[in-house]
Write a protein that binds this ligand. Structure first.
Ligand SMILES: CC(C)(COP(=O)(O)OP(=O)(O)OC[C@H]1O[C@@H](n2cnc3c(N)ncnc32)[C@H](O)[C@@H]1OP(=O)(O)O)[C@@H](O)C(=O)NCCC(=O)NCCS
Length: 226
C-alpha cells in the first residue's frame, strides 16, 4: 500500500499526495459529531471548497477580513488553495491553529477553526466559523463548535476558548445561545472586518464550564439520537 492511499480519510481519493509535507498524525486528524465530520482541508478539496465559497460571496464577505487584491484568491486559483492547505498544515504541526473543513454526509459545507492558540499562562484559542447558506439553520455550526470544544479541552488541554462576534451578527449570536457560551463584554474596534475596525462581543468558555456541561453538550450535540 502506498503512503498516499494509507492517508485516505473519509473519501475514495487520497487526501495527501506522496509529496505532501504533512505527517501521518495530521493526515488522520478527523473529528466526528453526530451529523457532521471535521478534518483538515487538502488540495483535492479545491473544487468543492471553491464552489461553496464563490456561490456564498456576499453571505460570507460581510463577516470576514477584506481580501487583499495583491494576494491570489484561493477560490479561483488552485495553487493559492494548495499553499493555503500547506500553511494550515504547518500551523497545525506547530500547534498554533487547527483549521477544519466541516462535512455533512461527506460533502464539504463550511469551516470551523481554532486559531491563535496561545500556551504559557493563557492556554487559550479563538474559534471562527462559517457555513454554506444552503446548509444554514440546521444547527450544524453549533455541533461543529461542540466537537471543537471537546477537542480543545480533552485533546489539546486548553483552559479557555473564545468566540468574537460583531453585535449585529444575529445568526452567529444564536450559535452562542445554543451552546450557552458566556458573554464577557464588548471589545471596541477589535477586528478588521470587510475593511472596517468593528466592535466585537467576546464569548468565553473555560474547561471548568466544559466539565460542568460536558454530559449535556455530548447528549445534545455529539451522540446519535437514532
Ligand atoms: C453564523 C452562522 C455560522 C450560523 O451557522 P448555522 O449552522 O446556520 O447556525 P444555526 O443553524 O444555529 O442558525 C442560527 C440562526 O441563523 C438564522 N438562519 C437559519 N437559516 C438561515 C438561512 N438560510 N439564511 C439566513 N439565516 C438563517 C436563524 O435565525 C437561526 O436561528 P434559529 O435556529 O434560532 O432560528 C452562519 O449563519 C454563517 O455562516 N453566516 C455567515 C458567516 C458568519 O457570520 N460567520 C460567523 C462570524 S462570527
Amino acid at each position: 500500500m502506498s503512503g498516499a492511499s494509507r492517508n485516505t480519510v473519509g473519501s475514495a481519493s487520497p487526501i495527501f499526495s506522496s509529496k505532501h509535507p504533512a505527517g501521518s498524525q495530521i493526515a488522520t486528524l478527523r473529528l466526528q459529531g453526530n451529523r457532521i465530520m471535521m478534518r483538515p482541508l487538502v488540495p483535492s478539496d479545491h473544487a468543492a471548497w471553491s464552489e461553496v465559497r464563490l456561490r456564498n460571496g456576499e453571505w460570507l464577505s460581510v463577516w470576514e477580513p477584506k481580501r487583499s487584491d495583491y494576494i491570489a484568491d484561493p477560490a479561483t486559483d488552485y495553487q493559492a488553495f494548495e499553499r493555503r492547505c500547506v500553511a494550515r498544515d504547518r500551523e497545525r504541526l506547530a500547534g498554533t491553529s487547527y483549521t477544519l473543513g466541516l462535512f455533512i454526509e461527506n460533502t464539504f459545507a463550511g469551516e470551523v477553526n481554532l486559531n491563535n492558540v496561545v500556551r504559557g499562562a493563557m492556554q487559550t484559542g479563538t474559534v471562527g466559523y462559517w457555513i454554506d447558506r444552503k446548509q444554514a439553520g440546521n444547527g450544524y455550526v453549533a455541533e461543529g463548535v461542540a466537537v471543537l470544544s471537546r477537542f480543545a479541552f480533552e485533546e489539546l488541554k486548553l483552559h479557555r476558548i473564545e468566540v468574537c462576534i460583531i453585535p449585529r451578527n444575529v445568526n452567529s449570536k444564536k450559535v452562542m445561545e445554543k451552546l450557552k457560551f458566556r458573554l464577557e463584554g464588548l471589545a471596541e474596534r477589535f477586528l478588521e472586518i470587510n475593511g472596517v475596525w468593528e466592535d466585537h462581543l467576546r464569548y468565553g468558555f473555560t474547561i471548568e464550564e466544559w466539565q460542568d456541561r460536558k454530559a449535556a453538550i455530548t447528549q445534545q450535540w455529539l451522540v446519535s439520537k437514532t
